[in-house]
Design a protein around this ligand. Structure first.
Ligand code: AMP
Ligand code: GLY
Length: 425
């Protein structure tokens, strides 16, 4: 079976790593890929958003299944285009991907189907938005409606911050089109949890619960990022909570999309706030999370290609998906300045000496090959995943390996998984 993977980040390297282990795969291509994916797949320099180019590649190479990593091509309708061309693809249609690409669409659907989420209102114009903000309790959450790489959310502690965020989005267009509509949301206090699920539009198979670390700084300080590290399984995701998430969140949203005529096929991601033991949706994503995928896939025992085929062929109910008993922790190494402006092009040292054992995995995110060197090419540069029989052991493996890697301006959080460890996991 020939597979084409679309994307170039840490999530895609983890997907490539898992797909390459499948006994069914005879060739793996990736567009555009990175310096790590290159070691597993034939990388082709076609942008993830170049739908025509990707379609031509899939045809020319007689690809059997295309797997989409990032949200942008999904929001552009890659799944619709491929299906029209009778090319098999793993990922939702543009209509179904709106659960991620429009926060107001997701919110309306949740409210209509009584899926627990923060109270919210959407605004296209600044004046009524500011008027509404004046009447909200603090903190309050201001969100750009569209895709903003995890950076379009401001948790404002003062009215001034909230007004500034709304003004920047609606008037100064700091997020371009994504911020032409703004969602003002009630602040929820609790602990965050990610639950991703495979779904064929009918059957929902949740993955292990994971926790991301969205803020840039230790102790959850500083601005939001795409994700600075993750661990799984997250101990707060007890069996009872996982059942509640399946029945109150995942199944209802999948059913709602199917009933609306936009069935969701692929990986659905629920970003949740657990408030007094109950799940509330902060966001849905229409694809695997990054960096969550870098801790989840190393724990998946089932052949990922079998799962993806079962999704595409609508027979997920017939498949048993199995998980490893171990824990995984991923620490993301970033370029200084991220999520703001950062420099690229720094040489990365230590990669070849890294002792990659069964318990340490290295996933490239923003890297590029230059001659025989690997250089930085993005804000998030590498993800180092440690595995262990306990979270503490997994974390130790991950941090030990990060110490062997060096590049100018290399930064990481030092407290990934701390919260779970402090709570006695
Ligand atoms: P989102 O992209 O919507 O998941 O938001 C990014 C991050 O902002 C989340 O992971 C939370 O840390 C925070 N956040 C978003 N919405 C809320 C909310 N209603 N209450 C508290 N924190 C929130
Ligand atoms: N880790 C958050 C995301 O993938 O959107």
């Amino acid at each position: 079976m020939k597979i084409l993977l679309v994307g170039s980040g840490g999530r895609e390297h983890a997907l490539a790593w898992k797909i390459a282990q499948s006994r069914r795969v005879t060739a793996l291509y990736c567009a555009p890929g990175n310096a790590g994916i290159e070691q597993l797949a034939r990388c082709v320099p076609i942008d993830a958003e170049d739908l025509a180019g990707l379609k031509a590649l899939a045809r020319a190479e007689r690809i059997d299944l295309t797997v989409v990593g990032p949200e942008a091509p999904l929001a552009l309708g890659i799944a619709d285009e491929f299906r029209r061309a009778k090319l098999r693809i793993f990922g939702p249609t543009r209509a179904a991907a709106q659960v991620e690409s429009s926060k107001s669409f997701a919110k309306d659907l949740m409210l209509r189907h009584r899926i627990p989420t923060a109270a919210a209102r959407s605004f296209d114009a600044l004046k009524p938005c500011l008027g509404y903000l004046d009447r909200q309790p603090l903190p309050v959450v201001v969100k750009a409606d569209g895709l903003a790489q995890g950076k379009g959310v401001v948790v404002a502690n003062t009215l001034e911050d909230a007004r500034r965020a709304a003004t920047e989005m609606l008037e100064k267009k700091s997020f371009g089109q994504a911020g032409e509509r703004v969602v003002i949301e009630e602040f929820l206090e609790g602990e965050e949890l990610t639950v991703m699920a495979f779904t064929d539009g009918k059957t929902v198979v949740p993955m292990l619960p994971a926790q991301d670390h969205k803020r840039v700084g230790d102790g959850d300080t500083g601005p939001n990022t795409g994700g600075m590290g993750a661990y799984a399984p997250a101990p707060i995701g007890t069996p009872a909570l996982r059942t509640a998430i399946l029945h109150k969140v995942l199944q209802p949203i999948v059913e709602a999309l199917s009933r609306a005529g936009s069935p969701f096929h692929g990986v659905l991601y629920a970003g949740l706030m657990i408030v007094k033991g109950k799940p509330y949706v902060l966001e849905f994503n229409a694809r695997c999370g990054d960096p969550e995928t870098q801790v989840i896939l190393p724990l998946l025992k089932t052949d990922l290609v079998d799962v993806m085929e079962a999704v595409v062929e609508h027979r997920l109910d017939q498949l048993q998906v199995e998980w490893d008993e171990r824990a995984a922790v991923c620490v993301v190494l970033t370029s200084t300045g991220y999520p703001g402006a950062y420099t690229t092009g720094a040489q990365i040292a230590g990669l070849s000496d890294l002792n990659l054992t069964e318990d340490v995995l290295l996933f490239h995110a923003g890297t590029k090959r230059q001659g025989d060197q690997v250089i930085t090419a993005g804000g998030r540069v590498l993800g180092v995943t440690g595995l262990g029989s306990t979270l503490a052991g997994a974390r130790e493996q991950a941090y030990r390996a990060t110490r062997a890697i060096a590049f100018q301006g290399c930064t990481c959080r030092s407290d990934i998984a701390s919260r779970a460890l402090q709570s006695g996991a």
